[in-house]
Design a protein around this ligand. Structure first.
Ligand code: APR
Length: 234
C-alpha cells in the first residue's frame, strides 16, 4: 500500500447487519412491514406524521440495544492508526461506527440519535421518542421536532466534503452497500476519475460491482478486519 495516502470508505447497512440491524434490501426490503415510500419521505411525514414518528421511534430505540461488530472495530482501528487522510462516509443512521471509536466520520443520511427542529433548524442529540411531540430544547417550540434522517427526495449531508475527499482519494473502499441509492452509488466513479484504486467488500456483488477494480465477497466481520490488517500491515 506504499502509494496510498488518502482513503475514502463508504459503508452501508451491510456493515451493521451482523450487529443485528436489518438491511434495507435483503429479505423483502420491508422496514418493519412498512414500504419505504410510506415512511421515509417528506410527503409521508406531511400525510401521516404519527406513523412516521412512531416508525422512527421504534428504530431509534432498537439501535440502542445493538453493539458494534468486528467490522466497525476494524474501521475504528484504521481511523486511529492510518497516518494519511481518511474519511469514513456512512449511509447508516445508527451510531455503531462512533461507539466503536471512529472519529473521521460523515453521516450523509443523518442520524437516528438526533432530533431536528423544523422551526429553528437546531439538531439536538435525542435518544427518546418524538411521537409525544416534545418541545425543541433550543427554541422551545412544540411539535416541530422531526427525525434527523435524510428522506428520499432530500439532499444528503456534507456532500461538498465528500466530493472533496473523493477527488483526493488514492483508494476508495465500499463496504456493505447494495449500490442501489444515489448519490452514494456514484462515488466509485468519482473516485476512479481521480485515479483511485477501488475495492468492494460486500456479501455479494453490488449493483455497482462492475466499477470496482477489485471485489471481495463475504461477511463484513471477516472481510473488513482482514483488509484493515493488510492496509496497516502492508
Ligand atoms: N456483510 C457484508 N455485506 C452484507 C452483509 C454482511 N453481513 N449483510 C448484507 N450485506 C450487503 C447486502 O448484500 C447488500 O448489498 O449489504 C448490502 C445492503 O444493501 P441495502 O440493504 O440496500 O443497504 P444500503 O446499501 O445501505 O442502502 C442504501 O438506501 O434505503 C436507503 O437510506 C437508505 O442508507 C440507505 C440506502
Amino acid at each position: 500500500m506504499e502509494k496510498v495516502q488518502n482513503i475514502v470508505i463508504l459503508t452501508g447497512a451491510g456493515v451493521s447487519a451482523e450487529s443485528g440491524i436489518d438491511t434495507f434490501r435483503d429479505g423483502g426490503g420491508l422496514w418493519e412491514q412498512h414500504r419505504v415510500e410510506d415512511v421515509a419521505t417528506p410527503e409521508a411525514f406531511a400525510r401521516d406524521p404519527d406513523l412516521v414518528l412512531r416508525f422512527y421511534d421504534l428504530r431509534r430505540a432498537a439501535i440502542q440495544t445493538k453493539e458494534p461488530n468486528a467490522a466497525h472495530r476494524a474501521l475504528a482501528r484504521l481511523d486511529a492508526e492510518w497516518p494519511g487522510e481518511l474519511t469514513i462516509v456512512t449511509q447508516n443512521v445508527d451510531d455503531l461506527h462512533e461507539r466503536a471509536g471512529a472519529k473521521r466520520l460523515i453521516h450523509m443520511h443523518g442520524e437516528h440519535l438526533n432530533a431536528w427542529c423544523t422551526a429553528c433548524d437546531a439538531r439536538t442529540s435525542w435518544t427518546g421518542p418524538l411521537f409525544d411531540r416534545p418541545a425543541c430544547p433550543a427554541c422551545g417550540a412544540g411539535g416541530t421536532l422531526r427525525p434527523d434522517i435524510v428522506w428520499f427526495g432530500e439532499m444528503p449531508y456534507r456532500m461538498d466534503e465528500i466530493y472533496h475527499a473523493l477527488n483526493r482519494a488514492d483508494l476508495f473502499v465500499s463496504i456493505g452497500t447494495s449500490g442501489a441509492v444515489y448519490p452514494a452509488a456514484g462515488f466509485v466513479r468519482e473516485a476512479r476519475q481521480s485515479g483511485a484504486l477501488t475495492l468492494e467488500l460486500n456479501m455479494e456483488p453490488s449493483q455497482g460491482s462492475y466499477w470496482f477494480a477489485e471485489a471481495r465477497h463475504g461477511p463484513a466481520t471477516r472481510l473488513v478486519p482482514e483488509w484493515v490488517e493488510e492496509v496497516l500491515g502492508g
